[in-house]
Design a protein around this ligand. Structure first.
Ligand code: 4NP
Length: 157
């Protein structure tokens, strides 16, 4: 049995690629890479084909995550059937995903999987300062732990 997860933000150059890389690291550390498929996408089309934002890459690299190989893509209606979980970084992303139509995926906020859920959204760091990128990493790391626990329960592993 396997399960698939798609992380979605606006540009697919800051938050969702970070979630992809951090969660992939957690999954590999747990030895579950053959059972959990991971991808990320953006609701917008401005950055298609681009590598993650260099500010996000640098902040992630300081914690040992390599975002450099990732390239932005835009989410599509087909994704809502191609993944088991489609996890939105904020409410606007969730609304834009719902506007694509109905699918079989479980569509919800990524932060629902945070063990304490201190906030509902991963704030968009694009127009802010360096602190915003650290906050993205803090929230994504903690939520990835909760998400891994939930998927392990589902997989029975
Ligand atoms: P992301 O951040 O949604 O976390 O990738 C953003 C990236 C780009 C823009 C907004 C947010 N933008 O307006 O271009």
């Amino acid at each position: 049995m396997s399960v698939s997860v798609l992380f979605v933000c606006l540009g697919n150059i800051c938050r969702s690629p970070t979630a992809e890389a951090v969660f992939r690291g957690r999954v590999q550390a747990a030895g579950l890479q053959d059972h959990i498929r991971i991808d990320s996408a953006g609701t917008g089309d401005w950055h298609i084909g681009k590598a993650p934002d260099t500010r996000m890459q640098r902040a992630a690299a300081r914690r040992g995550y390599d975002l450099a190989p990732l390239r932005a893509r835009q989410v599509s209606a087909a994704d809502l059937n191609a993944f088991d979980y489609v996890l939105a970084m904020d409410h606007a992303n969730l609304r834009d995903l719902r506007a694509l139509g109905q699918g079989s995926a479980r569509l919800e906020l990524f932060m629902n999987f945070h063990p304490q859920a201190p906030v509902q959204e991963v704030p968009d760091p694009y127009y802010g300062g360096e602190d915003g990128f650290e906050e993205v990493l803090d929230l994504v790391e903690a939520t990835s732990d909760g998400l891994l626990d939930a998927l392990r329960a589902r997989l029975g592993r």
